[in-house]
Design a protein around this ligand. Structure first.
Ligand SMILES: Cc1ncc(COP(=O)(O)O)c(C=O)c1O
Length: 384
């Protein structure tokens, strides 16, 4: 089988699953031989309402036929409606929206807004945090390879603190700090959850020293935890958050959702993006949100999370299950990469994480109980 690394024209930078995708539907990916693979990786946390949901596909085709693209030089109803939807779904006081095209770009804008508001440069981030591959977000991402990338670009690294360590956080966040940037549930780290106590302490420390609190909800937002924002699930609201990945269930989009106090003095030209807020991704996101409502996907994400957590906890090789909803990390008694590979033989796709023993599950929010049972049965077979 041909993979990316066998195609000289492609840079060999991605590890690939052992199939070539032909199509997808719901929680299933179909390979070129017609075999169906159960996708508990959710296209990398993107397929919120499943692969190629007919409503999303129809909204894309309808919008593409009417007007494929015009930049933000022209107002467009899909952009306006989506901004209003996001503002109404985010907790108060998050009510102002800026669109871009990816998670890293949304985070880059979060950092820029915080530095602009405070006139400070230092950012505090968490060990285990992952925020993207632009120069500024690399500087905030934990890991030697990312830090080296930021250093090559001449961007100063963020100040790092251990996740959920209140004392270390309080010591690091002082009057020189522009922002604290964190994932309420760290995705790549293996679905590690921030404690309520920690988030409340970060919130009050930021308020004390005049720093901005930023949530990276690129992976844990867009309903994945079982509430539309992770902020709502955690009960502690930041000054701004980013979303991307699952927001349009398959088209590239990024969004910043901010409190008015952070952005109310922005003027024309302060932020911008040619493709951000384009009619087609906005139409796709609106259709995705409508499907989330109609198919009760937030409630389903919670049900799936509880079902998989209790099923996986009962497996002898699973020491602990981290995360919630459709973002779970199974801490195993063996290397997760071996288990991921063994599941391929059962045509089941899962993710690994930066913790070598944590297997990551990112199924579509529309995953069914029958699909949970198939996944647990596959895990049971390989974890003997
Ligand atoms: C938490 C988090 N932030 C940011 C990003 C970067 O998003 P993108 O790849 O869309 O730039 C990712 C991607 O995996 C992510 O998981």
């Amino acid at each position: 089988m041909l993979t990316d690394v066998d195609v000289p024209a492609l840079l060999p930078v991605y590890a690939t699953f052992p199939l070539r995708a032909a199509s997808g539907h719901g929680s299933w990916l179909v390979d070129e031989q017609g075999n169906e693979w159960l996708d508990a990786y959710g296209g990398h946390a993107v397929a919120t309402c499943g692969h190629s949901h007919p409503d999303v596909v129809e909204a894309i085709s309808r919008q593409a036929a009417k007007l494929l693209f015009y930049s933000t030089a022209v107002p467009h109803p899909a952009r306006e409606q989506l901004a209003e939807e996001l503002a109404s779904r985010a907790p108060d006081p998050l009510s102002r929206v800026f669109f871009c095209n990816s998670g890293a770009e949304a985070n880059e804008n979060l950092l820029g807004l915080a530095r602009r508001r405070t006139g400070r440069t230092t950012i505090v981030t968490m060990l285990g945090g992952w925020h993207g591959r632009t120069a500024a977000t690399l500087a905030c991402t934990d890991g030697a390879r990312y830090e080296a990338g930021a250093q090559r670009a001449g961007v100063p690294l963020s100040r790092r603190v251990p996740f959920n360590d209140v004392a270390a956080m309080r010591a690091a966040v002082d009057e020189t700090v522009a922002a604290v940037l964190l994932e309420p549930v760290q995705g790549f780290s293996g679905a590690r959850v921030a404690t309520r106590e920690f988030l409340e302490a970060v919130r009050s420390r930021c308020d004390e020293v005049g720093a901005v609190l930023l949530y990276d909800e690129v992976q844990c937002g867009s309903g994945r935890l079982g509430t539309f924002t992770a902020a709502e699930m955690m009960g502690v609201v930041p000054d701004a958050l980013s979303m991307a990945k699952g927001l349009a269930s398959g088209l590239p989009i990024g969004a910043v959702i901010a409190a008015g106090s952070l952005v109310d003095d922005l003027a024309i030209g302060d932020l911008g993006s040619t493709f951000g807020g384009g009619p087609v991704p906005c139409a796709a996101a609106l259709a995705n949100l409508a499907v989330m409502d109609r198919e009760n996907l937030l409630a389903n994400a919670r049900t799936v999370g509880e079902f998989l957590t209790s099923g996986a906890t009962a497996l002898p090789a699973v020491n602990r299950v981290h995360g919630m909803g459709c973002l779970l990390g199974l801490e195993l008694d063996r290397p997760a990469a071996d288990v991921q590979r063994a599941l391929w033989a059962h045509r089941i796709l899962t993710g690994t994480s930066t913790d070598p023993r944590t297997l990551r599950l990112l199924p579509p929010l529309s995953f069914s109980i029958a699909e949970c049972e198939l996944l647990l049965a596959g895990l049971g077979r390989v974890l003997t």
